[in-house]
Write a protein that binds this ligand. Structure first.
Ligand SMILES: [Ca+2]
Ligand SMILES: [Ca+2]
Ligand SMILES: [Ca+2]
Length: 247
């Protein structure tokens, strides 16, 4: 039997469905100044949290699986539910699966699909979140054919709630859209100054750590981090990086 509290939480999620947020916003004109950076993020690195990977390092082929990580950088503490809306080009990719992760590991998911748009509500029945930032869910798509140019996937809205309050978490044009394929700046192999600021420092280490452990063929594999060109980013690359650190 469910407790009254659990019933209340289910009611909360049912109230949010389907996409109550967008219905509310549809009458508004386009925002005058687009927000570039918001705390609700999409990234292509499937580690928990936002690693700022907004584009695939290589062009995905037809049939490839692409997983996007839905993360927030603040506002997630003591929550029991989330509601997100993600849009994509249904001619180019197909929704395959969604799973709750990290902050919402074990949550009950209620996905609702339309062509090119997915609304997912997630609900924790026996606990609440214990951190302010982290990942909510991961969504996997299949690439249908050769991508003619960069194909975007956008996080359009994110709500986080408890039985007491529901808050909208801001999305930003630069931080809530990821792109599959498309042109990227040429990669300079073997240079540990990953952010190109002229020195090898902590920011470069953060970039390196975000891609550590990835191998060629994996969507998180960044060839720029594979300093010895061995096909994966591992300990030998770390040794080369450490040698250059501080220079
Ligand atoms: Ca991530
Ligand atoms: Ca640098
Ligand atoms: Ca390597």
């Amino acid at each position: 039997m469910m407790t009254a509290k659990q019933q209340l939480r289910i009611l909360f999620v049912l109230l949010l469905l389907p996409g109550a947020i967008l219905a509310q916003e549809s009458g508004d004109p386009e925002p005058e100044t687009p927000v570039l950076v918001g705390p609700a993020r999409l990234d292509l690195n499937i580690r928990a949290g936002d690693q700022n990977q907004r584009q695939t390092f290589t062009k995905p082929e037809a049939g490839a699986n692409i997983t996007v990580d839905v993360a927030v950088t603040e506002g997630a503490m003591d929550r029991t539910g989330f509601d997100i809306v993600v849009t994509y080009d249904a001619d180019q990719i197909l929704f395959q699966a969604a799973e709750p992760v990290d902050l919402f590991e074990g949550a009950y998911l209620l996905p609702s699909l339309e062509p090119g748009r997915i609304n997912i509500a997630g609900l924790l029945l026996d606990s609440d979140t214990d951190r302010a930032s982290g990942s909510l869910a991961q969504i996997t798509f299949i690439v249908l054919g050769d991508l003619p140019e960069a194909s975007p996937i956008s996080l359009n809205a994110a709500l986080l709630g408890s039985a007491l309050a529901i808050d909208s978490i801001g999305v930003g044009t630069e931080t809530s859209i990821v792109r599959l394929g498309g042109d990227r700046p040429a990669i300079e192999q073997g240079n540990p100054d990953f952010n190109g600021d002229g020195s090898v420092g902590f920011t470069d280490f953060v970039i390196f750590a975000g891609g550590f452990g990835a191998a060629a063929g994996n969507q998180s594999y960044n060839p720029a981090l594979d300093l010895d060109g061995s096909g994966n980013v591992g300990f030998s690359d770390f040794l080369i990086f450490a040698q250059a650190f501080g220079t």
